[in-house]
Design a protein around this ligand. Sequence first.
Ligand code: CDT
Length: 332
Amino acid sequence: MSRIITVAAAQLGPIQQAEPRSVAVARMVRLLERAHQRGVELIVFPELALTTFFPRHYHEDIAEADGWFETAMPSNETAPLFDAARRYGIGFHLGYAEIAHEANETGTLRKRRFNTSILVGPSGDVLLKYRKVHLPGHAEYDPKRVVQHLEKRYFEVGNLGFPVIRAPMGSQEGINMGMMICNDRRWPEAWRVLGLQSVELVALGYNTPSLNMDAAGFEAHHLRVFHSHLSIQAGCYQNACFAVATAKAGVEDGCELFGHSIIVNPQGEIIAMATSWDDELITADCDLDMCTLGRTTIFAFDKHRRPEAYGRITGQVGATAPSVWNEPAARR
Ligand code: CDT
């Protein structure tokens, strides 16, 4: 049986601060209807898809930001999305800010906030949840920045690892699927952890500003999209998988997000790309058997990986200084 699945990246144009979730959900339902007309079986929406990218807004008291978070999924506001997906038999990926009442590492039950994504099956069941691990930005207001990026203030580091699930999707009886969120795509470790679980398709949502607001040095504008694509294409090639990488795009609360959503194959080739800064659906037929070549030849992990040489990857966080070469004493 053929292992071809039709997938879509459902790029969203900007969502302004004052816009309610109902507007974003209605836009997503329209994209889902268009996806159905094009025979799509899995649709990927962006990171924090229900609201503006609120980590650019500073709240002194973190609890004041709770209005940006979801306490239930589905909820009354997101139910139309789940209903439409069930009606059309389409699976979907959704990014949102999550409040969970959970025990922390010490066993104390408390309110916890995560940057989360879920993979929902065509039946409406949540198949898999992921919480963003690589949180960019800063935790305190930074007066040097023109636009804040306060993910480290509002979210805890994800505590679910990088899980992969094999589940039915569309006409396929089983696809190995995993997720990452925005900044995660720049970290090869994230891709490899998914690759080590035989991932075939990575769903990935992002919100990336067109300008580097870090005020720490110059970065040419055209390199922003290049680095995003480079990371996703390398991740797919080195782990022999597909990725559906979906952006929020356009000018949101005065801050420009660069869009350029892509679908990438296991050769690292871009097979579809968004061209607008608006709501836009791009689709591709992905033959999952394409994953076999890489994973049985150059990236046959079981034959060629050398974990005994990779200790530093999990053993340290920051880079150490290398040992310094000294000219032999006889030549001094
Ligand atoms: N949302 C997100 O993770 N965005 C980051 C921007 C980094 S600039 C602080 C990204 O890696 O695209």
